[in-house]
Design a protein around this ligand. Structure first.
Ligand code: ADP
Ligand code: MG
Length: 327
């Protein structure tokens, strides 16, 4: 039962990311609805075949917290990856639609991601490498699953060659060129959880009239559609004072380059769940431990499964199916 492109009927586009797009499709012979990811790979046929071979590991990934895999094939010049369709989409889309996500739901997200990461690493020695809200998917059965993990070394290399997108969930040690470990995924999880709980990317400036958010002064916010970042007035002043380190500003000084965000992640204190007291102390503590800047001090996903907030989230009786039906 090999998947063939001819058997897939395009329904509509689900979204676009770096170097590819995802479509909702129907597998006509079986009537199965799938998500088909189309990745443009600018590589030799031999490399493409190698990628396809490496992707087959996904057939052996079976976990409630990992998107199921139906198969992959080459459709020149693309590689198509067919996976389980999640009808409520990714968590970035959800918070952009409904606003900040309730902290108890965020706790269930943290639990699911840690379970998924632990499964991938313990069973397959796979490190995810791309944890972010758009790679955490949700469905109307109330399930939370992760997708787009780095199973294929060749695919990672091929995409890295053309990679220009946001690296904003990247840990300080990765930015500084250290080897990728499961702990880098933990950092990305911490950033993602803050984003979901606050309803905005954590390296975000306050809007000018939001005096209660003044702790965000001096931090950054992404400006769409480019991975460029706006500066608050304070930052611009600071920046003038310390004189630009050769990083050019775009658009008359209103935006800064991705390079500056990366410098910020490395040099400034990590973001936190703020303001103090808005969220349970255990949640604050969990996020803080994900965002320890020293990877040696940061725990692994497996260890973090024992954190008190995660244990509490595990036993929490929130009806995610009911929650899903509200949007
Ligand atoms: P990114 O993850 O960077 O947004 P992708 O190309 O991986 O880029 O995915 C684009 C969008 O497609 C995602 O943001 C997500 O909303 C949607 N998507 C991806 N996979 C699925 C899936 N299996 N089911 C439903 N929606 C999906
Ligand atoms: Mg993705």
């Amino acid at each position: 039962h090999d998947l063939r492109n001819e058997d897939l009927k395009d329904l509509h586009e689900l979204g676009q990311g770096n170097g590819g797009s995802v479509k909702k499709v129907e597998h006509l012979p079986t009537g199965t609805i799938m998500a088909k990811k189309i990745v443009l790979i600018d590589a030799k046929p031999s490399v493409r075949k190698q990628i396809l071979r490496e992707l087959q590991i996904m057939h052996d990934c079976h976990s409630d917290y990992i998107i199921s895999f139906y198969g992959a094939f080459i459709s020149d010049p693309n590689i198509c990856i067919c996976m389980e369709y999640m009808d409520k989409g990714s968590l970035d889309g959800i918070y952009k639609k409904i606003g900040p996500i309730d902290i108890d739901v965020v706790g269930k997200v943290a639990l699911a991601v840690l379970e998924g990461l632990t499964y991938l690493y313990d069973v397959h020695r796979i490190i995810h490498r791309d944890i972010k809200p758009s790679n955490i998917l949700f469905n109307s059965r109330g399930q939370i699953k992760i997708c787009d993990f780095g199973v294929s070394g060749e695919l990672i290399n091929s995409i890295a060659d053309t990679f220009v997108g946001t690296s904003t969930y990247m840990s300080p040690e990765r930015i500084q060129g250290a080897q990728y470990t499961v702990k880098s995924d933990v950092w990305s999880l911490g950033i993602s959880l803050i984003e979901l709980a606050l309803g905005r990317f954590p390296f975000a400036e306050s809007s000018s009239d939001d005096s209660d958010l003044s702790d965000f002064e001096g931090t950054l916010s992404p400006s769409r559609p480019h991975p460029a970042l706006s500066l608050t007035k304070e930052q611009k002043d600071k920046k003038k004072k310390r004189k630009s380190k050769g990083v050019s500003l775009q658009g008359g000084g209103m935006t800064m380059s991705i390079l500056e965000l990366l410098q910020h992640i490395v040099n400034e204190p990590a973001p936190r769940l703020t303001p103090e007291g808005r969220f349970p102390k255990e949640a604050d503590d969990f996020v803080d431990s994900c965002l320890l800047k020293d990877p040696d001090a940061r725990k692994t996903p497996k260890d973090l499964l024992k954190h008190s907030w995660i244990e509490r989230s595990r036993t929490a009786t929130i009806d995610l199916e009911a929650w899903a039906s509200t949007f």
